[in-house]
Design a protein around this ligand. Structure first.
Ligand code: FES
Length: 149
């Protein structure tokens, strides 16, 4: 467990959080290297079933991040994402998925330091929770079978 390095998948919007993450790099701010970024045009475009897919494929934690409220480049995509997140949280509770493994945030293109802080905080909390294997796909076995044993 001491050697555990969490695998974090970040689903981010192109216009704010991706640019913010880029700023983190160009500003040479150091942060945990555990995160893999998947870029979407807007958080409103993120299908939350992809989060389940990420867990099934071995992710230990997930970050969803986009533009701040009223800054979405498509006007209201982030509000749609937030509403869907609230519904998805209920589904996670129903399925027994610990929602502490999913971080939902807003990061603008000017907030490189905030992005680093979110990644570091998420990595630290997932490290405390440990590896997530409850929803992980086992080779040649459907996810449902793995969950039900
Ligand atoms: Fe960033 Fe919509 S463009 S959340």
């Amino acid at each position: 467990m001491a050697d555990f390095e969490p695998k974090i998948i970040a689903f981010v919007c192109n216009w704010c959080t991706y640019a913010g993450a880029d700023l983190t790099g160009t500003s040479r701010i150091k942060y945990a290297s555990n995160v893999r970024i998947v870029r979407f045009p807007c958080t409103g475009r993120i299908d939350y079933m992809l989060l389940l897919k990420a867990f099934a494929e071995g992710a230990d934690g997930i970050i969803v991040s986009g533009c701040h409220p009223n800054d979405c480049h498509y006007t209201s995509g982030n509000f749609h994402a937030r509403r869907r997140w609230i519904m998805f949280r209920s589904l996670c509770d129903f399925m027994g998925i610990d929602t502490r493994r999913i971080m939902f945030s807003w990061v603008s293109a000017a907030e490189g330091a905030k992005w680093a802080e979110i990644v570091n905080t998420t990595v630290a909390s997932i490290r405390e929770l440990g590896p997530y294997t409850n929803y992980k796909r086992v080779a040649n076995k459907p996810v449902k079978e793995v969950v039900n044993g």
